[in-house]
Design a protein around this ligand. Structure first.
Ligand code: HEM
Ligand code: HEM
Length: 194
């Protein structure tokens, strides 16, 4: 039977954002560990982080308009729950990490420069205590995102190589569309009443 896939645009967003987020985690750590590279890495970190924030909003709207395929029928309840909970957590962190980054620079009254003279407005009033709290939160949330990503990666590989239930292919496929139309055509073709 033809396997259902995530819609092509959802897959594009997933893989584009996976690359961007992983790059951001390493850029963030690189910034903190090299004084010489701090400024140019930060000049990439800010706009890339804001682009992730914009893309996750697009992705959420796209998910509501064009929903993902259902999980395989035989999948146990605990696995469904784990999949839904981890996806919810990933979405929450994809919003929270860049928002906290923007908010912490706002609280410190640092300019939030995207490119050249293009700047974002502050989203919080100046407050050193709030800056200190958000600065710590940015690190903790970014490391949590990395930890949840590692669990997500392990689960994706288990689906691909151990369970072989089509879940990995539903996101990793390069074929256009979501496969629903192909399934309908195949069902009609195999219907003996036709
Ligand atoms: C998905 C998006 C983001 C990820 C994964 C991320 C990740 C990180 C990481 C891992 C660090 C190093 C933390 C440490 O070692 O203590 C960091 C630092 C930092 N991030 Fe982000 N970040 C993101 C978005 C943003 C955004 C949107 C902004 C601001 C507009 C921002 C501003 C900063 C700043 C200013 C620092 C360094 C702070 C300092 O020098 O003390 N980040 N980020
Ligand atoms: C930071 C990187 C990543 C993030 C934030 C992320 C996030 C997500 C999210 C939120 C979903 C739920 C579907 C949706 O609504 O978009 C998802 C699904 C999926 N991801 Fe990722 N992902 C990342 C990297 C990866 C990698 C590296 C792989 C594979 C090697 C992968 C494989 C999958 C698969 C197979 C699904 C479908 C799972 C299902 O339907 O239950 N992801 N991902």
């Amino acid at each position: 039977m033809t396997q259902q896939r995530f819609p092509a645009f959802s897959r594009l967003l997933h893989w584009l954002m996976a690359v961007m987020i992983l790059a951001m985690l390493f850029i963030g750590i690189g910034m903190m560990s090299s004084l010489a590279d701090y400024h140019w890495l930060l000049s990439i970190h800010r706009p890339l982080g804001i682009a992730i924030l914009a893309l996750v909003a697009v992705r959420l709207i796209n998910r509501l308009v064009d929903p993902p395929p259902p999980l395989p029928d035989g999948m146990p309840g605990y696995m469904r729950l784990a999949a839904h909970a981890s996806h919810l957590l990933l979405y929450a962190l994809m919003f929270a990490v860049p928002l906290v980054g923007w908010a912490m620079l706002s609280a410190a009254r640092y300019p939030i420069i995207l490119y050249g003279t293009l700047q974002l407005p502050p989203i919080l009033p100046q407050n050193d205590m709030v800056y200190a709290a958000l600065r710590g939160a940015h690190t903790v949330l970014a490391l949590t995102l990395f930890a949840v990503f590692l669990v997500h990666l392990a689960a994706a590989l288990a689906h691909g190589f151990v369970f072989r239930d089509g879940v990995f292919g539903s996101m990793a496929s390069l074929r256009p569309g979501n496969g629903r139309r192909e399934r309908e055509v195949a069902a009609v073709a195999s219907d003996p009443a036709q």
